[in-house]
Structures are given as C-alpha cells and as structure tokens.
Design a binder for this molecule. Sequence first.
Ligand SMILES: NC(=O)c1ccc[n+]([C@@H]2O[C@H](COP(=O)([O-])OP(=O)(O)OC[C@H]3O[C@@H](n4cnc5c(N)ncnc54)[C@H](OP(=O)(O)O)[C@@H]3O)[C@@H](O)[C@H]2O)c1
Ligand SMILES: [Zn+2]
Length: 426
Amino acid sequence: MEEVRIGPKASPRATHRKDRSFASASSPRFSARDERFMRRALTLARRALGSTSPNPMVGAVITRGGRVLGEGYHHAAGRPHAEIEALRDAARRGRPSVAGATLYVTLEPCCTQGLTPPCVDAVLRAGIAKVFVAAVDPNPSHSGRGLDQLSRAGVKVAVGLLAPESMRLNEAFNHWIVERTPFVTVKAAMTLDGKIATATGESQWITGEKARASSMRLRGEVDAILVGVNTVLLDNPRLSFRSGSSRRGAARRRGAPLRRVVLDSSARTPADARVLEPAAGHETIIVTTRSAPAARVKRLAARATVWRSPGRSGRVSLSWLMNKLGREGVTHLLVEGGGEVNASFLLEGRAHRVALFYAPKILGGATAKRGVGGKGARDLGDAIRLGDPEWRRVGKDLFVTARINADSPECENGRDVRSEGQDAAG
Ligand SMILES: NC(=O)c1ccc[n+]([C@@H]2O[C@H](COP(=O)([O-])OP(=O)(O)OC[C@H]3O[C@@H](n4cnc5c(N)ncnc54)[C@H](OP(=O)(O)O)[C@@H]3O)[C@@H](O)[C@H]2O)c1
Ligand SMILES: [Zn+2]
C-alpha cells in the first residue's frame, strides 16, 4: 500500500486538492479488495441518508487479513461517529482487540471535540495500523489534520479510494460546511413542453405515481423545502414528508425537523393554508419583507415562524435568506416552485442542482406556467449550463438531474442511469 504522508507544512487546501485529484473510482493504487471494503463503508454510510444533518454521512469497516472485524456508520448528529460504531461492533462480535487491523472510512477521521470525542484518539487507542480514507474533511479549518495526526503516530494512511463517490454522497454537506449556505436543488414536475400547470393554474398531478413517490423521497433527503406564495394560494400543499414504509423515511424521522419555507413578501398566506397545519417533525417558516402589513404578519406569527427579509426589491432577498438558512443548519434546500421562485434561484445563481420530472404530455398555452419563469436569458450565450446530467425513467415519466457547475462534464457525457421501474431518487 502506498502511503500518503501529510506533512506538517502541507496546507489543508493542498490536501483537499490532492483528494480531489483522484478522478477514477478504481485507481491502480488500491487493490480490488480495498475497493470492496470502501464500497461497503459507503453503502453503510448511505443508510443514514436524510438523518445525519448537519453532519455528513460516514461509514467505516475494520478488517484484518481480509476479514471484517466490525463495521458501522454515523446514524445522526450527536450519536457516535462511524469509526466508533465500527469499533463497538467489533467488540460486540467478540473481538475486543483490533490492534494491527485496517480501517476503511469514507471521510477523514475527526481530530477535534465536537458533540462526541475525536475519533483519531479512539483509532490510535485501538491500535489500528492502517487507515484508508475516501475523502478528506472538506471543512477548511480541519482538512488534513486528522490524517496528519494519524500519520505522525505511525499509522499508515492512504487517501482517495472512491473519493468521488464519497464526495458525491455528501455533496450538500460539503457545500454547506465551506460556504455556510445551503446546497440548493430545484425540483419541478413538467410536461414535455416545460409547463408546470395549465393556464388556469391546475398542476395536480402532471406526473405519475412513481414520479411522485420519487419526489417525496427527495424531501426525505433535505433539511428544508421552499415554495413561493402563489403555489400556496393555488395548490395549497402541505409540503410534508410522508415516509410510507421506506427505510429512508424511518431515518428521516430521527433527524432534525423538516422546515417548510414560503416566500411571501406581503404575508398573503391564508390563515387556513395546509402548510400552517402542525405536522410532527415539521416546522413552517413564512418569509415576508419589512413592508408586509403588520396585522397579517401577526396572524401568521400565531401559527408559524415568521422571518422578515431586508432589501428594497419588494421581494424576499435570496442572499439574505441563504445566509440565514445556512446559520440555522439547513445544509440542503429543495426548491419546489413555482416558476417564479425557480427562476429567482436559477437566474440569480443560487441553485446548484436541478431535479426535473417530465411527463410524456404536452399542455401548450401561452399563459400556462412554465417550470422557469422570470425574465429569462437574453442571449443563448447566457443560458444556464448544466453538467453531469443523469436521466432515468420513473414509471411513464422521465427524471433528469444535472448540476449547475461550470466544472462538471458537458451534457454530451451524461448517463442513462437506470430504466423503468427502478428507484429514481438514487
Ligand atoms: N408542477 C410543479 O412542479 C409545480 C410546483 C410548484 C408550483 N406549481 C404551479 O406553479 C404555479 C405558481 O407558480 P408562480 O410562478 O405563479 O408562483 P410561485 O413561484 O409559487 O410564487 C411566486 C411569488 O413568490 C413571492 N416571492 C417572494 N420573494 C420572491 C423571490 N425572491 N423570488 C420569486 N418569488 C418571490 C412573490 O409573491 P409576493 O411578491 O406576493 O411575495 C412571487 O410572485 C401554480 O399554478 C402551481 O400549481 C407547479
Ligand atoms: Zn469522528
């Protein structure tokens, strides 16, 4: 095994870059066996999808001589980290000593006291001899320090095994921990001609049952859902997450409450709107502006949290809101329309990913709502470029995701991920 030594002079940023440079999932530096164990650790990490925020998902596997001694994952913020879960699992399996063993962990072990003690100390105490790390801690003030401490204590450390997979798994967290604003996914259900509602405002339901179930699962993965007040007025959605019988749903209930956010500059949300009805595990935030009539604000404040946005545009300031949500620990925000709100997020450069469902239907109608309204781009050159696209069939509908990121591979390199009948939400 090749060792990666993180010297005391290596800057956290440099370490981060080193990690990012492992483009291939099956780098020749790592054996097929190493890859298998790291894949297992990633699978374990994913079990906590929707329940670890504002922490990342992390999985760990401890092996000796190619056999698994213990494994585990981080279940929720405040609960033990993956490394500790794996050490405890080894003890439970009757292996009190893991001295000389190898640890595969999807994220760099932490070296500072947070809600739980530093994992680096526990790893050293246990006598682990080798540590494979998929991705370096993206937090600029911690990045590389855990690796450095392990290395200095004589543990062999190798970084980058399945790094892209690990970074994709925690894409939202990685963004939030650096920028301190939420990672934003814009979601819409449209006809093939890009309409999200008829000219009379009817939009339920454009897509089929399977697409709607996938869309519901997306809610289970985020910390907050956001819509514009017109959507509240026309559709009267609950904006709640209903888990059904999925395991992911069960995970969600262990996590922080799901925030339902409405952009409502002049407090027009009706007092009997469904989004104001209390729902276990949910919280509602109505975002108005300082010019909203006081009486209407007071009425809403009796039923929900009301925030008042600064700014002169007459509308809620997204830059202010993103900072506020970030401070509140919202790592991933799902913007669910309508067209005006989608346009604001996309055209103001506040969105990072799109998740678009297309029903094989055409609605037409010059005044029917489009998935993205607003003023739109003036020139073709101003189009928002999407990269890294993936598309799949969900029932009769098409589901497309893509990233808004100039560094992403161009659309021509996109992938047809899975076909009909498969789970679209990943
Ligand atoms: N198929 C789908 O996926 C889907 C999803 C959602 C909605 N819909 C449909 O979409 C339609 C509503 O869409 P819409 O475009 O008319 O309205 P919308 O996007 O739901 O709401 C827009 C309103 O939000 C308020 N707002 C406050 N701050 C804002 C900001 N920074 N940027 C943008 N808006 C801000 C504004 O009203 P104030 O100035 O009064 O605050 C604005 O007029 C409905 O027919 C609904 O059925 C479809
Ligand atoms: Zn830790």
